[in-house]
Design a protein around this ligand. Structure first.
Ligand code: ARG
Length: 582
């Protein structure tokens, strides 16, 4: 039983499998007994328990007796028939036949064997996805943070994740951008970032020209056609504008340590005609007011797939991208992370794909698609988040401010006296960016949240700062003990006697269940809540149980180490860099 392969996955599920074998051996004639396994709430007897004895006893009695004298006897038999497994350290029967098992040993066996087991090999996470030349706003920041965590949880679960940046790099706005570029820089080879300056301002200026000057407007419209026709001068100008935007996006990704692979809207252009043709041949596409559309039951507007001017749109691209991800990239789960405002768009695209037979109609069957929607980021005034000086918040400025604020705190605490400049800088970054990420992830993503530096950078309450400090404190307890914790892991025994030790140990054991829940439901806040409670349980343990110098020192140091290990894994999954000293 006890090979590594079988240690992978959700503890509760694994135990259920073990108990199933035991039940089969205990009552071979009963074919439909589902093992009932729960986490023990008292914890005095074990970590998990099997609750089948009572029900099984009455069932057997109803059939005219059976070989057992009472539920405890059934419990004893279930325990006796448990297969040998390294997962279970010890077991006992309590009360009316509850079979309790202790599985603490797993805590120290290395956390990577705790990953959820999913039935899919490959997923696409479509996230961040800002638009060229338009502002990358806080909505995109949310998408970047939430999408990265979802990708990390899937990767942890051994899924091959294609991290897709579906940037808006195509569309009619490029006509005016290119014309404006030609106008301002007749010699476009010389154009670079510094020449254009702020791309957003450039966008605004060209929009102004477009709205004010009908002759310019006409040229811009022609430019779109020439761009789509692949004319070199136009393609080059387009590529130039994209490159400038891309550099700006990359500086945000670099700060946040987020990996993304760009396949922008333009990538799918060559595939659109045949995809639309396929759908048309299936009889899905109809003519409506000059456009070509797909009517979908349950929606009061149709999905427009070819505009009345013959051009393609957001939906044509998304249908084609979905087709590509399913057929070319062989993705089984395709996840889109955008604000809730786009929910209907995705519902319509998914529905069309189901009607076309690309996706099974049953929910939860693979291949499947999910839209991960999120709410707004609000300012102090309760309105959409903006700063005083500009209408939109520049993400880079936001991150810089988070960093410099946490740096100021470190300097205030005179850390610069014994830390190197580099240490200060790295810690300020870990804490500052971690705070921004955590403030976003800890809320159920569908709710709006208020962006508040003071709150997110506070070292009290449910913040990254509090959690990172808690982790650093645990590390310092271990350091102060002067013991080699890796040695202790090999030789020491971890046993939980005190109530607060048990609560903490049991909470640690739930880690894999929680990751599975957060991952399969696409809800990072579940993991945040787990992490926060873990830290609270640790504080309680630490204030009531002496670690260094106590008779239980070894066991308690191991418990500290297990806690730090699980915390670091949570940080990792949330994209937060841990700190080891404070
Ligand atoms: N560029 C879009 C926006 O900024 C988000 C794209 C999301 N992904 C997609 N496949 N449509 O709103």
């Amino acid at each position: 039983m006890a090979n590594d392969e079988e240690n992978v996955g959700n503890v509760k599920k694994l135990l259920a499998r073990v108990f199933e074998l035991s039940l089969q051996a205990t009552v071979p004639d009963e074919t439909d007994v589902e093992p009932i396994v729960t986490a023990s709430t008292v914890g005095r007897f074990g970590d998990y328990q099997c609750n089948n004895a009572m029900g099984l006893f009455s069932k057997l009695k109803g059939k005219g007796g059976g070989q057992f004298r009472g539920p405890p006897a059934v419990g004893q038999a279930i325990m006796k028939n448990l297969p040998q497994t390294e997962m279970i350290e010890s077991c006992s029967v309590a009360g009316p036949g509850f079979v309790n098992v202790s599985i603490l040993k797993m805590l120290l066996d290395g956390i990577d064997t705790w990953a959820p087991k999913l039935s899919i090999k490959r997923a696409v996470v479509d996230f961040s996805s800002p638009n060229i030349a338009k502002e990358m706003h806080v909505g995109h920041l949310r998408s970047t943070i939430i999408g990265d965590t979802i990708a990390r949880m899937l990767e942890f679960s051994h899924v091959d994740v294609l991290r897709r940046n579906h940037v808006g790099d195509w569309g009619t706005q490029f006509g005016m951008l290119i014309e404006h570029l030609f106008e301002k820089f007749p010699n476009i080879e010389a154009v670079n970032e510094t020449a254009i300056g702020d791309l957003q301002a450039f966008y605004k200026a060209s929009k102004q020209r477009f709205d004010d000057d009908s002759e310019f407007k006409e040229r811009a419209q022609k430019a779109v056609v020439r761009l789509q026709g692949g004319e070199k001068r136009y393609r080059d100008a387009w590529a130039q504008i994209c490159a400038i935007s891309r550099r700006e996006f990359d500086s945000v990704y670099k700060r946040l340590k987020v990996e993304l692979e760009e396949k922008g809207e333009s990538f799918y252009n060559p595939f659109i005609p045949s995809v639309i043709e396929g759908l048309t041949n299936q009889g899905l596409v109809e003519e409506s007011e000059g456009a070509r559309v797909i009517f979908l039951e349950g929606f009061n507007i149709p999905l427009i797939v070819v505009k009345s001017d013959g051009g393609y749109n957001y939906a044509s691209t998304d249908l084609t991208a979905l087709w590509y991800r399913l057929n070319e990239e062989k993705a089984e789960w395709i996840i889109y992370v955008t604000d809730v405002g786009q929910q209907q768009h995705f519902e319509m695209v998914f529905k069309a794909a189901k009607i076309a037979g690309w996706l099974p109609t049953e929910a939860n069957k693979y291949p499947r698609t999910s839209h991960v929607g999120f709410g707004l980021v609000l300012g102090e005034d309760g309105k959409r988040f903006r700063t005083r000086s500009t209408e939109v918040v520049r993400l880079v400025d936001l991150l810089d401010e988070a960093k410099s604020r946490s740096k100021a705190v470190l300097e205030e605490r005179e850390k610069d006296k014994d830390w190197t400049k580099e240490e200060i800088d790295q810690t300020a970054e870990a804490v500052g960016y971690g705070a921004v990420k955590y403030a976003d992830l800890k809320n159920n993503r569908l709710t709006n949240y208020t962006f508040n530096f003071d709150q997110m950078l506070s070292d009290k309450g449910n913040t990254a700062v509090y959690l990172l400090y808690a982790h650093a404190r645990i590390c310092s307890i271990i350091r102060k003990s002067g013991k080699d914790v890796e040695e202790l892991k090999k030789t020491g025994v971890l046993s939980l006697e005190h109530q607060d030790e048990r609560v903490l140990g049991l909470h640690l054991l739930r880690f894999s269940e929680i990751v599975e829940e957060a991952c399969t439901n696409l809800l990072p806040n579940i993991l945040c809540e787990y992490l926060y409670n873990l830290s609270e349980n640790f504080s309680k343990f630490y204030s009531n149980c002496q670690v260094i110098g106590s008779a239980e020192e070894t066991s308690r140091l191991l418990l500290c180490e297990a806690t730090a290990m699980v915390m670091r894994k949570c940080f990792f999954l949330l994209g937060i860099t841990p700190v080891y000293k404070i």
